[in-house]
Design a protein around this ligand. Structure first.
Ligand code: NAP
Length: 320
């Protein structure tokens, strides 16, 4: 009997086809509509490998309901959607897609930074709705990127790639991690700062930590109050790292100037979410790694790691 792989979203056949030669592969029928928790539980019940999306909640109960499971391969670098401890206890390998999406996600982060600073989505809406009636000296003005101070919270692979881009814009780069990166400080001239200091000094704050119990709610009312009134915050990491109610209040009361968001506490973000009513919030629908080449490379990585574990070899990107 061949080992069985279950894939929780429809993926391109060019990626899946080679796996079919060695394994029994079953795949959810839709690319657009994800699976519910119960659907995963039922459809994957005898799977040896589970290929998951970041929108799938793979908790302890689900893991314990899949007796044959040897590997969970997550189509993302973040893995906050998976109960890693439960997987470890049951000897299940978990893999992700680090590195391959770093530069693409850094590009999107920079795009969101530029769009937020120069109000690109807001002013495009002005044109489309017929409100652009004359050129104006101060209307539609934004903030300068060049020469500004950028604070990166979570200076990992993607943080560093963003910081390298920032150097090309003559930005002064501060960063905060739990540990210092002395090599990067020396090579690129980035400066370490404690979180409060970074928030006080930065014109733009970019969040790029993983979502963990420690980073959940890392940026709340107190932290937003430390920021400059002219500053903007950009979250490309995960929803929940910024307290969205506190962010809304800070934007409405003009404690900060603007926000850029690729990720939200609830995704897709509900259409009646208060943040959607604010013109100074620039948004994208969780597309950090969404270039054609990178998404295909991430899939290749997952496929190789699933194959490795099922063939009793060490996968390349093992979390546990
Ligand atoms: P990484 O290389 O592991 O970097 C994460 C950084 O966060 C590390 O430098 C880490 O440094 C720091 N960090 C962790 N916990 C922290 C804390 N409590 N306080 C301060 N800093 C902390 O990961 P990456 O590949 O750059 O990815 C970062 C995150 O981006 C992922 O986890 C994912 O959630 C998100 N992401 C989003 C998208 C998207 O589509 N929007 C795409 C890719 C990734 P220390 O350990 O020294 O603290």
């Amino acid at each position: 009997m061949l080992d069985k792989i279950y894939i929780t979203r429809k993926l391109p056949e060019e990626i899946v086809e080679p796996l079919r030669e060695k394994f029994e592969v079953q795949m959810w029928h839709s690319e657009e509509k994800g699976m519910t928790y119960e659907e995963i539980k039922t459809n994957a019940k005898d799977a040896h490998a589970l290929w998951t999306m970041l929108s799938d909640n793979i908790d302890r109960a689900l893991i314990e309901s899949l007796p044959n499971l040897k590997v969970i391969s997550n189509f993302a670098v973040g893995f906050n959607n998976i109960d890693i401890e439960a997987a470890k206890e049951h000897g299940i390998v978990v893999t992700n897609t680090p590195g391959v999406l770093t530069e693409t996600t850094a590009d999107l982060t920079f795009a969101l930074l530029l769009a937020t600073a120069r109000r690109i989505t807001e002013v495009e809406q002005e044109i489309r709705s017929g409100n652009w009636t004359s050129w104006s000296p101060m209307k539609y003005t934004g903030m300068d990127i060049f020469g500004a101070t950028l604070g990166i919270v979570g200076m990992g692979r993607i943080g560093e790639a963003v910081a390298r881009r920032a150097k090309g814009f003559d930005m002064n780069v501060l960063y905060h991690n739990r540990s210092r990166k002395l090599d990067a400080e020396e090579t690129y001239g980035f400066t370490y700062a404690e979180l409060d200091e970074l928030l006080k000094q930065s014109d733009f704050v970019i969040l790029l930590t993983p979502l963990t119990p420690e980073t959940k709610g890392l940026i709340g009312e107190r932290e937003l109050n430390l920021m400059k009134e002219s500053a903007a915050i950009i979250n490309v990491a995960r929803g929940g790292i910024v307290d969205e109610q506190a962010l809304y209040d800070a934007l409405v009361s003009k404690k900060i100037w603007a926000a850029g968001m690729d990720v939200f506490e609830q995704e897709p973000v509900p259409i009646d979410h208060p943040l959607l009513t604010l013109p100074n919030v620039t948004m994208s629908p969780h597309i950090g790694s969404a270039s054609i080449r990178t998404r295909l490379a991430m899939m290749q990585m997952n496929a190789k790691d699933i194959e490795a574990v099922l063939e009793s070899r060490e996968p390349q990107n093992r979390i546990v």
